[in-house]
Design a protein around this ligand. Structure first.
Ligand SMILES: C[S@@+](CC[C@H](N)C(=O)[O-])C[C@H]1O[C@@H](n2cnc3c(N)ncnc32)[C@H](O)[C@@H]1O
Length: 352
C-alpha cells in the first residue's frame, strides 16, 4: 500500500486492536473511498469532497465518516475502523457462513464481511442509503452481498443466518434475529457493544457510541435518561479528587457502565473542562443532578443536588469496594420490554 493508505492498518491497531491476518488483509484490500463517493462531514462540520487534498487522509484515518445528516443529526456513516474490526473479530465469521447485517450504511462493513468469505444480507431503512451502498458494492466488484430496504426489526424471514451484526445503536435486541448477535445496545446514554451468545446470555465486548436506530428498535423505548440540554455547567463540588492521575478512558467507562447498572438516571453530558462527555446522574427535570468526572470528583447542581451527589458517592464507593469491575465482567440477562406489539429484548439483570 502507498500514499495515505500506507499507515491504515497501523492506525487501526493504535488503540491496542489486534487484527487477525485475514481481517488485516480485508482492511488492506477493500478500498474505503469507493464507499464514500459523495464525501462526508469533517470533524469541523465542513463537507469533505473526493477532490479535496485531505480526502484520502481522512478516509484512511481511524475515524468515523458521517455520510448523511438530518439537520445536525448524523443518520448514516461508515463506522470507526477499529470499532468495526473489534466487532468483526467478535463475530468470528467463517468462510461460507451467512451473516445478516442490520444497518448497511455505506456498505463498507458488508464488503469486509464478503472479503472474509461470508455471504451477506444487509438491511437498511433508508432508500437512498440502500441505493448508494448497492452502487458502491458494484463499483468495488464485491460479490455475495445482497442489500435490502427494510426496517431491520423484522430480521430477514426465511434466511438461515449463522450470525447477526448490528451496526446501529438499538435499545434492545429484536426477537426476530437468530443468535449469536453482536450489537450496540443502549446503556446509560452510550452504546456498549454486546455479544449475545446462542444461549441468550450477553456480555459487553467494548464501549462504543453509535447513532440511534429508527423504528421499533428504539422508537417506543426512549432512553431512560437522555442527555441534558446544553452543557452541564455551574456545578458545586461535593468532594475532592479521588484518582490522580485520572482514570484512563477504559476504566472510566467501567465505572460508567456500573453506574448504569445501579442508577436508572445515569447518562452522558458535556461538562466544562472535559473534552469527552462525562458520566452524569440526571434528575427528572433533566437540568440538574451530579457528575463524576474521570478524576473521581463529584459535582452537582439543581434543586436535588444533595441527593444526586450522595447517589454519585454511593455508586463510586460501590465500584471501588467491588474492586473496580470491568464492563466485560458483567453477565447480562435480557428480558422483553416496551411496546407489546413490537417487543425488544433489553438488558434487565446484571451479575458479576
Ligand atoms: C452507522 S451506519 C452503518 C454503518 C455501516 N455498517 C457501514 O459499514 O458503513 C447506521 C445505518 O443504520 C441504518 N438504520 C437505522 N435504523 C435502522 C433500522 N431500524 N433498520 C435498518 N437499518 C437502520 C441507518 O439508515 C444507517 O445507514
Amino acid at each position: 500500500m502507498s500514499g495515505p493508505r500506507a499507515g491504515y492498518l497501523e492506525r487501526i491497531r493504535q488503540g491496542g486492536m489486534v487484527l487477525s491476518p485475514r481481517l488485516a488483509t480485508a482492511f488492506a484490500e477493500v478500498p474505503r473511498e469507493v464507499f464514500v463517493p459523495e464525501g462526508f462531514q469533517r470533524r469541523d462540520g465542513t463537507w469533505a469532497e473526493p477532490a479535496d487534498p485531505d480526502f484520502l487522509d481522512i478516509v484512511y484515518s481511524d475515524d468515523v465518516l458521517v455520510t448523511k445528516v438530518d439537520g445536525r443529526t448524523p443518520v448514516s456513516s461508515s463506522s470507526q475502523p477499529s470499532l468495526m474490526a473489534l466487532m468483526l473479530e467478535t463475530l468470528d465469521v467463517r468462510p461460507g457462513q451467512t451473516v445478516l447485517e442490520i444497518g448497511t450504511g455505506t456498505g463498507y462493513n458488508a464488503a469486509l464481511l464478503s472479503h472474509l468469505g461470508a455471504r451477506v444480507v444487509s438491511i437498511d431503512v433508508q432508500a437512498d442509503v440502500v441505493e448508494r451502498a448497492r452502487a458502491a458494492l458494484a463499483r468495488a466488484q464485491v460479490g455475495n452481498v445482497r442489500v435490502e430496504l427494510a426496517d431491520g426489526y423484522a430480521g430477514r424471514p426465511g434466511l438461515d443466518a449463522d450470525h447477526v451484526i448490528v451496526t446501529v445503536g438499538v435499545a434492545g435486541i429484536s426477537p426476530h434475529w437468530p443468535r449469536p448477535i453482536v450489537a450496540p445496545v443502549e446503556h446509560a446514554g452510550t452504546h456498549p457493544v454486546l455479544r449475545i451468545a446462542t444461549d441468550g446470555t450477553a456480555r459487553v465486548v467494548t464501549p462504543a457510541g453509535f447513532m440511534t436506530a429508527a423504528g421499533p428498535l428504539t422508537a417506543a423505548h426512549p432512553f431512560p435518561a437522555p442527555a441534558p440540554p446544553g452543557v452541564f455547567s455551574e456545578l458545586t463540588p461535593y468532594g475532592e479528587i479521588v484518582f490522580d492521575p485520572p482514570l484512563d478512558a477504559l476504566a472510566y467507562r467501567d465505572l460508567w457502565y456500573a453506574a448504569g447498572v445501579w442508577h436508572r438516571r445515569a447518562t452522558h453530558a458535556a461538562v466544562p473542562g472535559h473534552e469527552q462527555s462525562c458520566l452524569v446522574l440526571l434528575d427528572d427535570e433533566r437540568t440538574g443532578g451530579a457528575t463524576i468526572t474521570p478524576d473521581g470528583r463529584i459535582s452537582a447542581r439543581g434543586a436535588q443536588a444533595d441527593k444526586y451527589a450522595a447517589d454519585a458517592r454511593a455508586v463510586l464507593d460501590r465500584w471501588l469496594d467491588l474492586g473496580r469491575p470491568a464492563m466485560g465482567a458483567w453477565r447480562i440477562t435480557l428480558a422483553a420490554g416496551g411496546d407489546p406489539a413490537a417487543p425488544i429484548l433489553m438488558p434487565h439483570t446484571w451479575e458479576l
